[in-house]
Design a protein around this ligand. Structure first.
Ligand code: NOJ
Ligand code: CA
Length: 572
């Protein structure tokens, strides 16, 4: 079946537990999603990606699945899912589910069987290995660490072997080399595609093929020392091709998540007509204030962010298509990272413009469009995320308490998982009862209802950006060019199609500053398509930026206010 044109689209990501509680038990669910479909549509997006909604013991909040063909009772029923799907389709919204097949939950029936002995039909569904013996003591088969919790191996007494878990202990890795497992994956895909689902976001899909010998990794590196032997592995392409065949029958979209996969490798998967994935969720743009993961934090470096943006834009140009995002359920809130909570509205709107107009399909994560910010809970005991809790208790255990908590505040995935702030009533309008997780105390100020009423809100700016992206062919199909990569406080990029040129100017500074414009861009003559400062940008070119606005400008210099963004167009 022919594939729909995902390049024109944009998507909204739902992490359901914190989106909207429709049945009053404090947990977000599909009843709440149903109520909010019109809201989602009103943003101007074309589809929804649901993080996992399947039954799960929630060791990793949904990414540990115990039944691939069902709905978590906390989130509703299959019937309710069908209602959401039908209504979304009526509204013209595509629906993507999360396909999590690198691992299952250890409570999945396959694993419960597999762990019993070495003979049962599921015994080879997971990666089991005999122990190594050192000085007669039983040791794991290799030295890999898991990314979430201690060593990557757990011993199963019953079959006297270790199983591999690249993530939490309760997330055993599937053995994708077993053809039966691959058939299961295809069966799961068909199950949802037959129901009408439009595609998948594929969780750590680049990890599914392990090096056959599972060799020891680097000795003194925590968490990711085995990465080289399970990322982009020897059979990955073959397996992805098999899954692609299924997706093709339905014209389904496939977006792969690829932590730490460099752009040149990514191109193997996402370029050309015989690509095995349509887009890749890369991690480079998530590392402008950290090394590899947010816990190894440093100050935000705009140049690092710009390098990452431009690398993906340039390398994929003409060959493949980008997935654009600044937030999801795995990363803290972007205003708190790359923007400024002090210049909350200004930086929240600027950050929207800094990525939505690049070449690619944008993803907006729930609450990002409201400018939700990080939460700082006083004690680690109040956190839920397995990765945060483990980082606190292991990697940073020798640091002073205040420093350890600061790391959690800047890095925890839980900052992206606080309940959605719908209004200023109790529990932020997320639920009528106490929510499953802490609401950010800033909800009386930052919430959807308040922002609906304010034409200059972050919410309404996202709407403007998503609409503009659809109106301007150059923003969809034009080439990308970055100007002045060495400027440490400004990001300027151009999208060009024929003789139409659109320049996106972003200030990453709390101070006013001059911005020299690239040749050809005369603010007196350009049409201002967008400006995040109220009263500017009437759409009449420089006329929308009167001189009395607090700074003088010459022909090719623009005076930028804190975190200002201006989008201007010239033709001919
Ligand atoms: C990536 C997911 O986005 C994340 O939430 C999860 O913890 C890991 N993969 C493991 O499934
Ligand atoms: Ca509920």
């Amino acid at each position: 079946m022919e594939q729909y044109d995902f390049r024109k689209m944009s998507f909204y990501q739902i992490w359901i537990r914190s989106f909207c509680d429709g049945n009053g038990d404090g947990i977000g669910d599909l009843y709440g999603v149903y109520e909010k479909l019109d809201y989602i549509k009103s943003l101007g997006v074309d589809g929804i990606w649901f993080s996992p909604i399947y039954p799960s013991p929630n060791a990793d909040y949904g990414y540990d699945i115990s039944d691939y063909r069902n709905i978590h009772p906390d989130y509703g029923t299959m019937e309710q899912f069908r209602k959401v799907l039908a209504r979304a389709h009526e509204l013209g919204l595509k629906v993507l589910l999360d396909l999590v097949v690198n691992h299952t939950s250890d409570e999945h029936p396959w694993f419960l069987e597999s762990r019993k002995n070495r003979e049962n039909p599921y015994s080879d569904y997971y990666i089991w290995r005999d122990p190594r013996f050192r000085k007669k003591k039983k040791r794991p088969p290799n030295n890999w660490f898991s990314q979430f919790e201690g060593l990557a191996w757990e011993y199963g007494e019953e079959r006297q072997q270790y199983y591999l878990h690249v993530f939490a202990k309760k997330q055993p890795d599937l053995n994708m080399d077993n053809p039966k497992v691959r058939e299961e994956v295809k069966g799961i895909m068909r199950f949802w595609l037959d129901m009408g689902v439009d595609g998948f976001r594929e969780d750590v899909i680049t990890y599914i093929s392990k090096h056959p010998q599972l060799p020891d990794g680097l000795p003194f590196v925590p968490a990711i020392n085995g990465l080289k032997f399970y990322k982009d592995g020897p059979n990955l392409m073959t397996y992805l091709k098999e899954f692609r065949e299924v997706a093709k029958e339905y014209g389904a979209l496939q977006i792969g998540e690829a932590p730490m996969t460099p752009v040149n490798v990514a191109l193997n998967y996402v370029s050309g007509n015989d690509r095995v994935l349509d887009m890749m969720i890369q991690f480079d743009t998530m590392m402008a204030d950290c090394i590899m993961v947010e816990y190894v934090h440093h100050r935000f470096l705009l140049r690092k962010l710009k390098r990452a943006f431009s690398k993906w834009q340039n390398k994929l140009s003409g060959k493949a298509w980008n997935a654009l995002y600044l937030e999801n359920h795995d990363h803290p809130r972007v205003i708190s990272r790359y923007g400024s909570e002090r210049y909350w509205r200004e930086s929240g709107t600027m950050l929207a413009a800094c990525y939505l107009f690049q070449q690619g399909t944008p993803f907006v994560y729930q609450g990002q469009e409201l400018g939700m910010t990080n939460i700082a809970l006083p004690s680690i005991d109040m956190y839920e995320d397995v990765a945060s809790i483990n980082a606190y208790h292991t990697f940073h255990k020798h640091e002073p308490e205040a420093k350890r908590m600061r790391r959690i505040h800047v890095a925890s995935r839980d900052s992206a998982r606080t309940p959605m702030q719908w209004n200023d009533s109790e529990n932020a309008g997320f639920s009528t009862v106490k929510p499953w997780f802490y609401v950010n105390p800033n909800y009386p100020r930052i919430n959807a209802e308040a922002e609906e009423k304010d034409p200059d809100s972050i919410l309404n700016f996202y709407r403007k950006c998503l609409a503009l992206r659809k109106q301007e062919e150059a923003l969809l199909r034009g080439s990308y060019r970055e100007y002045y990569p060495l400027r440490g406080r400004q990001y300027l990029y151009e999208r060009r199609l024929g003789d139409e040129r659109i320049l996106v100017i972003c200030s990453f500074s709390e101070k006013e500053q001059n911005c020299r414009l690239p040749k050809g861009f005369d603010p007196e003559k350009a049409l201002i398509l967008l400006d995040n400062y109220p009263a500017a940008g009437s759409g009449n070119g420089a006329g929308g930026r009167p001189d009395g606005r607090g700074g003088k400008k010459t022909a090719a210099v623009l005076r930028l206010r804190p975190y200002e963004t201006v989008v201007m167009k010239i033709s001919g």
